[in-house]
Design a protein around this ligand. Structure first.
Ligand SMILES: [Zn+2]
Ligand SMILES: [Zn+2]
Length: 90
């Protein structure tokens, strides 16, 4: 049985390592915020251009092309004309 994350022994972190983890956490939180605002802006831009990016339909339409729903589970959309990342889909 592989150990679960819960069972991982806590290493003795140096102050520098703790600080690095702390800063990473705050940087990733910032990235998350930026991603959200970029996605919101992308969605608004499409609506302004009379293109309905969906959202409430349960689909995950692409922000970068006319793909109406993300296809596949590999991180890249499997539609021939799309091939954009899941994160580029709504
Ligand atoms: Zn797609
Ligand atoms: Zn696409």
């Amino acid at each position: 049985m592989p150990p679960t994350a819960h069972e991982d022994p806590q290493p003795n972190l140096t102050d520098a390592q703790r600080e690095a983890f702390r800063q990473n956490e705050s940087d990733f939180a910032e990235l998350e915020k930026q991603t959200l605002s970029v996605r919101e802006a992308a969605s608004t831009r499409l609506r302004d251009a009379d293109w309905d990016p969906g959202g409430n339909s349960g689909n995950s339409p692409c922000f970068l092309c006319w793909c109406a729903d993300y296809l596949g589970d590999g991180g890249l959309c499997e539609r021939e004309f799309c091939r954009h990342q899941l994160t580029r889909h709504g």
